[in-house]
Design a protein around this ligand. Structure first.
Ligand code: HAM
Length: 424
């Protein structure tokens, strides 16, 4: 093979289609029940939007962006996450004039130059949700519930929330100082990455994956015990909602997430048994982001969830999506006049809403019927010289072998009725 797919990317093959259809249908159904509307920003944006929106000291901006200079000498970046682009879309299109909260969702590709492994790719497809303009903790619950209901309806078991509050500009700075002082006392023992993070992005020390750093961070000061009154009330109310609904959650003081915009609530949904990438989704509140991007102060909360990761999880939990329906009709034909009639028939069937396939070229009836059986169609519509002369098609029900002659001008109506009866 001369060409190969790029490392960290993957091809979606027909075998996977039933998963994509099923997940996309469920996303459509769940989001409409919560009143979310779909928006799609372009795949690339000005690089500056992500520097400002995601944060210059994040791993995403420092190491993972696909940035390029276009022929007009503009620095552009393939989106490494959705939120910054959605904020730009919200501001640029005046969506702030809609009634609040403005509830938006998107589904599309996201690009990060990461170390590829199972469930972690350089291009993945994200289902992203944002609710803008409302600061009540009931909105946090609602956004978290979108993720929860989606996974529950897809059939996942062993779901639970990981939850934390990262405070706000009132309470976080004092906490960060305390955190820095704590880690300075351990500066000899932390990894080189953490030594760098200590000055540039100290919260990220808490979610370092290196074992020795994890042991140290177990004793680090806990942010949700140092929240200001407003953040503490917000966090307590959210927990009360989760308790009332009986949603399992674990407060994880090391959950700080990899993007700079978060304030107050951060959360992930974890699913048992999907290996090291057990976070099915991640998100949180970002009450300062829109202002930081030049808009009026507007609270917001959202999450992102990788579709490939959902498929991986479904496979690991043996969740079988419904089979895609088999085609309903196969038109077999023999001879020049029959070939023309077959082209007409499949066209009429499809225009009437029926799924219909035909044989291409001239092949024996035997080989065409073998193909009809292989495709598991319900009806074969056979057109040969005799049928052309008699002006009818021979329609064979492949499930019971019954065969009848139906005039060409009635065959669409007859099979349409059969399809309705059999809910094809
Ligand atoms: P994130 O945690 O970076 O958050 O990504 C969200 C989700 O996208 C992850 O939980 C995972 O399911 C999927 N994901 C991320 N990176 C990869 C990858 N390399 N390969 C496969 N799947 C991946 C965000 O992106 C935030 N913008 C979410 C958000 C929206 N926060 C507020 N609103």
């Amino acid at each position: 093979m001369k060409y190969q797919s790029i490392k960290g990317t993957r091809d979606v093959l027909p075998e996977e289609q039933k998963y994509w259809r099923y997940i996309e249908e469920k996303i459509g159904s769940v989001t409409s029940r919560f009143g979310y509307q779909r928006v799609e920003p372009p795949i690339f944006e000005e690089t500056a939007l992500f520097l400002r929106g995601v944060g210059e000291t994040t791993d995403i901006v420092e190491k993972e962006m696909y940035t390029f200079i276009d022929k007009g000498k503009n620095s552009l970046t393939l989106r490494p996450e959705y939120t910054a682009g959605i904020m730009r879309l919200y501001l640029e299109n005046g969506l702030h004039s809609l009634s609040k909260p403005v509830k938006l969702y998107s589904i599309g590709p996201v690009f990060r130059y990461e170390r590829p492994q199972a469930g972690r790719y350089r291009q993945h497809t994200q289902f992203n949700v944002e609710a803008l303009g409302e600061q009540e903790p009931s909105v946090d619950l609602e956004v978290m519930s979108v993720a929860w209901l989606l996974y529950a309806e897809l059939g996942f078991s062993g779901l639970s929330f990981q939850l934390n509050s990262t405070g706000c500009p009132n309470c976080r700075p004092a906490y960060v100082e305390e955190l820095k002082n704590f880690y300075r006392r351990h500066s000899e023992a932390i990894c080189d990455d953490c030594k760098r993070r200590l000055e540039r992005n100290p919260l990220r020390l808490l979610d370092c994956k290196v074992k020795s750093c994890q042991q140290i961070s177990a004793d680090a000061p806990v942010i949700h015990e140092r929240l200001c009154e407003e953040c503490a009330d917000h966090f307590a109310t959210l927990r009360l909602y989760l308790d009332t609904l009986g949603r399992p959650y674990r407060i994880n003081h090391r959950l700080v997430r990899g993007l700079d915009y978060y304030t107050k609530t951060v959360f992930e949904v974890w699913v048992q048994g999907i290996g090291s990438q057990n976070a099915m989704c991640g998100g949180g509140r970002y009450d300062g982001l829109i202002e930081q991007l030049g808009g009026q102060a507007t609270p917001g909360i959202g999450f992102g969830s990788g579709i490939e990761r959902m498929i991986l999880g479904m496979r690991e939990q043996n969740i079988e999506p419904p089979k895609l329906p088999d085609p309903f009709i196969f038109v077999a034909h023999m001879g020049k006049a029959a070939d023309l009639r077959a082209v007409e028939l499949v066209t009429w069937f499809r225009e009437a809403g029926l799924s219909a396939l035909m044989a291409f070229g001239q092949r024996s009836f035997k080989s065409q019927m073998r193909e009809a059986n292989r495709l598991a169609v319900t009806y074969a519509v056979i057109v040969g010289e005799d049928e052309i002369t008699a002006n009818h098609a021979t329609v064979k029900n492949l499930a019971n072998g019954e065969q009848q002659a139906i005039p060409f001008d009635q065959v669409v109506a007859v099979l349409k009725q059969a399809c309705e009866r059999q809910r094809c």
